[in-house]
Structure formats: C-alpha cells, structure tokens
Design a protein around this ligand. Sequence first.
Ligand code: HPA
Length: 269
Amino acid sequence: MEEIEKAKDALVLKGIEKADIGIVLGTGLERMLDLVEIKQTIPYSQIPGFPVSTVQFHKGNLIFGNIGEKKILMMQGRFHAYEGYSLDKIVLPLRVMKLLGVQKLFLSNAAGGINSNFKKGDLVIIEDHINLLYGNPLTGKNLDELGPRFPDMSEPYDPLLIRQLKQKSGALNLNLKSGVYAAVHGPNLETKAEYRYLKIIGADMVGMSTVPEVIAANHMQMPCAAVSVITDECDPDNLKPVELEEILAVAKEADEKLSKLFYETIKSL
Ligand code: HPA
C-alpha cells in the first residue's frame, strides 16, 4: 500500500490529482495517442515504484489527458510476467489509478486466434478469461483498503461496458467478435499441442497479458473491458512460424479501428 501511495503522491505533485478513465494499450496499439488530447506524458522512470519495460518495442509512458469531458490516464506500454516482474508489480499502475479516482478501465492486447472463425486483424471483445499464468497478483496479504480477500469473478468484464462497446462498434461498422481469452506466461509462442489444449479447454484466443490487470481491477471493483486484436491464426494442423514483426504489423493495421472504438465509446460514456 505504501508503494502505491508513494507513486500516487508523485503524480499528484505533477498536477495529476484526479482521473475518470484508465486505458492500457497493448503491443503495437498506439493510435490512441493521436486521438487523446494529451496534457502530460510522464516516463515510468519518473514515477517511484513503476517498473521500467524491458522490451524495446514497448514504450513506457503514463499519459494524462482528455477524451471529451473525461480525464484519462493511459499506459503506453504495460508489463508482462515474462519480463520477470511479479504479478503484483504488474498491477501497481492500476492500483495507483484507483487511488486517483479512475472508475472504469479499458484494455487492449495482441492475441493469437484459437477459434477458427477468427482471422488476422479481427477485433474481439473479451467476454471471459482463463488464467494460465503460474500465479495471481492478489497473492500474499490482502490489501483490505483495496478490496476483499476472495473477490468474485462471475463477471470479470463489465456487462454494461461490453454492451456499450458492441453498440459503438455497430455504429462504426466494425465487425467486433467476442470470445474467451487465455493468458499464458510466455515469452515463447505455443506448441501445436498447446494450441490444441487451449481450444479444448474453451479458449478463443491466447496472449501474455491482461488477466493480471483484470484480476486486480475486479479486486478493486473497478469495471473493466478488454479488446484483443488477432495478430496470428493458431491452427495446430496448419501452423506456420510466426515472426514478431508480423504480429506488430497486423496490430498496426487494426490499431485505427480499435482506437476509434475506444475513443468513441469513452467519449459517449
Ligand atoms: N500466443 C501467445 N501470445 C500471443 C500470440 C500467440 O499466438 N499472438 C500474439 N500474442
């Protein structure tokens, strides 16, 4: 709690006293930066306790700004378990957002498509998830100030936010699909046998993020919604090697649609 308060105090000193909406941008998904009215860009290295990303293509800035009337705090670059961070470190920025008044959280990520109806570049809203990370950000003494020891996870993704995103995607003529996201540790991509397994257990897509943040958000009773961009098709019977460059290129192409969807939805809240 002390660490969370310290980071919050540092942001308050920089003039960030309150925000309404939190946003976490996934790998290669940065077009939101062109849409938000940016007031401040704060490198994570200037915020005590914030981890500094180890992956070169992940930037590390906390962005404070506006979308219409809403004040937003946006993470340009997030932290992953495969980088070696503990899961509670990964969710620290979200807990700081909570102390700054953030009421709703939007997350994006790049994911592999397990469901054979999903094609590269598709946007998929996460309806539910499976935690296959070897851990949980709530491990250890419960932070009673933030939430209960045994948080409910019957609806981890807020039904109202899901409805609002779906409505807006209709108005924008985007073909928003929906599915179950499985979070794996990484950093390697999966074997054919693992993709088969993921399909059998009910996953529609797979990635290496988002679930720790969603668990922490639910713990704090912060409604959240998440959208995946399908960057590769994971058909175990026809699996081609995937290059990181290709994943980034597909994410980049879908980024405009996703950013518009988040921007318009947040503006209309
Ligand atoms: N597996 C895990 N994470 C991913 C994938 C994948 O196939 N694609 C993008 N992120």
